[in-house]
Design a protein around this ligand. Structure first.
Ligand SMILES: Nc1ncnc2c1ncn2[C@@H]1O[C@H](COP(=O)(O)OP(=O)(O)OP(=O)(O)O)[C@@H](O)[C@H]1O
Ligand SMILES: CC(C)(CO)[C@@H](O)C(=O)[O-]
Ligand code: BAL
Length: 284
């Protein structure tokens, strides 16, 4: 079995993309930071179902990390990532280094106003500027027709959607459902950093979220329900809790009756910061 073609340079990538374009191929891109798991592979499969050519990008983007320790400890497993992709016959794995993505003189930041200051943005200053900038770069470098993102990073998905809409970028953003382990924990690269005991305790996150979502959809007043959910996390030994909030699904502002909402959480567990979210239907 031949491995996935690995490309490291933007020039090499441009030549390959040009060949694909010449053959009239539709191009799908799955941007990642590596440490691939079934959640990423669900995006790859979605792309392969809709696009002629699929490229996975692997770049641990320094500009979206506000915490140097988080960046330093982020898992880097390129060989394993290439191996997990090989059976899927992905057309290319683009693995640039920081100098390739941000060459000397790079001076542009893409900033999506409003949503980037809420929740994740409030706790990770500059994070979404880093995300928006690198996603814009990756979309331009791959000339993708469709780009695939997970609902696991719900706020990121809304930021990318806003950027693409505002800049009239010629790419369709495709949202893919969160893939979860049997105990409901959302698959995430950072889960690798959890001890076995901490990983078991992480199950309190989906438990708290789904119980709260059901209660609110059943007509319960949100705030007491949210307090119970926060207590569930505390009782499971998770914390500090950055946020556990019910928000409008698109604006991430206060929920609006009759509109889709999202229940979002960011909580620390033994020094690892985990996020998750679930839909809450407020439409009567
Ligand atoms: N469990 C999942 N289900 C669906 N999509 C996912 C899942 N985990 C990650 N993704 C998506 O894969 C893409 C790459 O995410 P990334 O490489 O940051 O992995 P990650 O699992 O989110 O890691 P971490 O959250 O620890 O940074 C993003 O669009 C993300 O939303
Ligand atoms: C979209 C992304 C690859 C940009 O670095 C990253 O934020 C991620 O993996 O979710
Ligand atoms: N998928 C999450 C990206 C980050 O934490 O920077």
């Amino acid at each position: 079995m031949s491995g996935v073609p690995i490309i490291r340079g933007a020039g090499e990538l441009a030549a390959l993309i040009g060949d694909w374009r010449a053959e009239g191929a539709t191009i799908g891109v799955v941007p990642t930071m590596g440490a691939l798991h079934e959640g990423h592979l669900s995006l790859v499969r979605a792309a392969q179902g809709e696009c002629d050519r699929v490229i996975v990008t692997l770049f641990v983007n320094p500009r979206q990390f506000n915490n140097p320790e988080d960046f330093a400890k982020y898992p880097r497993t390129e060989d394993a990532d290439a191996a997990i992709l090989a059976p899927l016959a992905v057309d290319a794995l683009f693995v640039p280094d920081a100098a390739e993505v941000y060459p000397p003189g790079h001076a542009t930041v893409v900033s999506v106003g409003g949503i980037d200051t809420l929740l994740e943005g409030a706790h990770r200053p500059g994070h979404f500027d880093g995300v928006a900038t690198v996603v814009a770069l990756l979309l331009n470098l791959t000339r993708a027709d469709r780009a695939y993102f997970g609902e696991k990073d719900w706020q990121q998905l809304q930021v990318v959607r806003q950027m693409v809409a505002d800049l009239r970028m010629p790419v369709r953003i495709v949202a893919c459902p969160s893939v979860r382990a049997e105990d409901g924990v959302a698959l995430s690269s950072r889960n690798q950093r959890l001890s076995p005991d901490a990983r078991r305790r992480a199950a309190a996150i989906p438990q708290a979220l789904t119980a709260a979502a059901r209660a609110i959809e059943g007509g319960a007043a949100p705030e007491p329900v949210l307090e119970d959910a926060r207590a569930t996390l505390r009782d499971a030994g998770l914390g500090p809790l950055d946020y556990l909030e019910l928000r409008d699904a698109l604006s991430l502002a206060e929920p609006r009756p009759g509109h889709e909402a999202r229940l979002l959480v960011a909580v620390w567990l033994d020094g690892v910061r985990l996020i998750d979210n679930v839909p809450v239907c407020l439409v009567s």
